[in-house]
Design a binder for this molecule. Structure first.
Ligand code: SF4
Length: 524
């Protein structure tokens, strides 16, 4: 590890001590990044809570998010169950042994996964098999750069799949929905960025933050866009033209009305950070990395001699962690509809878009692999009247019993090709997820008598606490932890009806109204 001595010059004992320090430092970085939102993201989310109109669905969602941030910190549990692709960016002195350093990162990742700070998230793209420990080709992502300093800087981003799926790259000139033609100038860039926010709706767990790269080639454009997420949300771009563009995007995107979770509201974006890279004469890309409110990014300065932590980055040691809420939990109004599962058709047909529900009783999880399975085989448990939750939880076995460590919703639209058939064949009455579903599911809800509920994306700690007991699990060995069908007994699971059994969809309505707003914002 020592930067000035070649590998192998340490005594065995010396080397072991250094690697132990380094391992502990990296494990602490992963744990803190997953469980404790950085101060700039906390401040941005606190402002969002203050800015939202009280009593609206977006305000309710932000309250749940605020509670969830506190709960994650209190229990050192993952803020969101999707702990993302661990992405490490390292600046190191010349001579650092990058092979040993990478090995220490991998060991820390495995241990963090074993402790439930990271969800097993590394899936073989050919076989579909989850490695179970977050190691595999391309996982974790590790980038090294050299610098003329004696210490080692390590930054970590944990960015989940829901927001990763909403990243977008534009090749301008291009035609954009509601905005028309985007040309190769800053006006065109601005159109692309506003379009990126609009197309994300609530699917990336808004309010979100953008990293943007103007120019570059396709691969580096995306890389540089992601690196912009390393800037603090409240900094000012040193380039006046880009600083102005960032301010304009923040103001105009927050006029769109997407709101928290896409429920409609005042706060759609908590940050926009833009850089520019030179491009080929023939190319002009605008690359946008969309990150969710669960903006998990921290860093360390390490002693290159010992691997010990010298300083935390993005944190002020003088300032304690600011709590997001006074109390705990979701402020109930008394107007919530209590649903006791399993449910009858009559009960769910009585629900309408906008109702807030509290679910008690049995609930099963199921996401991509399970939906695909259910089209070829009967489900592992009876789904008649069931509540089906799109969720890939973090689970740990303690004293021989399964415990839920994090259990927020996943993006539902991925199940759009399957869900109508699952509802029809098996009699599911309630589907829960985030971001809403499409026309096939909406038609099936109406025809067969079922509803779609939007839970609050990323509120993994909040929802984990609603599980009274894990009553079973199916296909764990075959599918891995996130994709298996977990059976829970829940109490007070809160969600909002966003697609009802009468053909109404809040998601379709918000897409339309925000599209109209986008047209109004179009430069003349
Ligand atoms: S908060 Fe939402 S988008 Fe972000 S990682 Fe969690 S589920 Fe994915």
């Amino acid at each position: 590890m020592h930067r000035s001595r070649p590998r192998g010059r340490y005594s065995e004992g010396e080397s072991e001590v250094i690697m132990e320090f380094l391992f502990n430092s990296l494990l602490e970085l992963i744990t803190q990044t997953s469980t404790n939102l950085p101060p700039d993201a906390r401040a941005a989310m606190a402002k969002a809570v203050q800015s939202e109109t009280p009593g609206t669905q977006s305000a309710q969602a932000l309250n749940v998010i605020a509670s969830n941030i506190d709960m994650a910190y209190d229990d050192e549990g993952p803020i969101c169950q999707d702990t993302g692709m661990p992405t490490f960016l390292i600046r190191c002195p010349v001579g650092l042994n990058q092979i040993e350093f990478s090995q220490a990162i991998r060991e820390a990742v495995v241990e963090a996964t074993r402790r439930g700070k990271l969800r097993p998230n590394s899936v073989d793209s050919i076989t579909g098999k989850n490695s179970g420990n977050n190691l595999g080709p391309g996982t974790p992502v590790i980038h090294f750069e050299q610098w003329e300093q004696d210490n080692i800087e390590v930054k970590l981003i944990l960015k989940g799949g829901g927001c990763e799926n909403k990243n977008i790259q534009y090749s301008v000139p291009c035609e954009l929905d509601h905005l028309g033609r985007a040309n190769r100038d800053l006006e065109g860039v601005k159109k692309c960025i506003l379009h990126a926010v609009w197309q994300a709706q609530g699917l990336g767990c808004s309010p979100g933050a953008l990293g943007v790269c103007v120019g570059g080639d396709r691969a580096n454009g995306y890389t540089q866009a992601k690196y912009q997420l390393l800037r603090t949300l409240d900094d000012v771009n040193p380039d006046p033209a880009l600083a102005k563009l960032e301010d304009e995007i923040m103001a105009e995107a927050n006029e769109l009305g997407v709101g928290a979770m896409g429920f409609g509201g005042q706060v759609t974006l908590i940050g926009c950070k833009i850089t520019a890279a030179n491009r080929l004469p023939a190319c002009f890309f605008v690359s946008v990395a969309y990150d969710c409110w669960a903006f998990r990014r921290l860093g360390l300065l390490l002693d290159a001699q010992s691997g010990a932590i010298k300083q935390w980055l993005y944190r002020d040691p003088e300032r304690p962690v600011a709590r997001m809420t006074e109390g705990e939990g979701f402020p109930l109004t008394g107007r919530e509809v209590v649903l006791e599962a399993p449910l009858t058709e009559e009960k769910v047909r009585a629900l309408k878009v906008g109702d807030v529900v509290l679910i008690n009783g049995p609930m099963v999880t199921g996401r991509d692999a399970m939906h695909s399975y259910m089209l070829k085989h009967d489900p592992p448990v009876d789904l008649n009247g069931a509540v089906l939750y799109h969720c890939g939880p973090v689970m740990l076995q303690e004293d021989g019993e399964w415990k839920v460590k994090a259990a927020g919703p996943t993006t539902s639209i991925r199940e759009e090709p399957y869900e109508h058939e699952v509802i029809k064949r098996y009699g599911v009455r309630v589907v829960i997820g985030k971001g809403g579903m499409g026309p096939k599911t909406l038609a099936a809800l109406e025809k067969h008598g079922a509803v779609y509920l939007n839970a609050i994306g990323g509120a993994a700690q909040y929802y984990a606490r609603t599980v009274r007991k894990v009553t079973g699990v199916s296909l764990l060995e075959e599918m891995g932890v996130p994709e298996a069908m977990w059976q829970y007994d829940v109490k007070g699971f809160v969600a909002i009806v966003t697609m009802d059994a009468h053909g109404n969809s809040l998601h379709a309505d918000i897409l339309e109204t925000t599209g109209e707003k986008l047209e109004e914002l179009k430069p003349a």
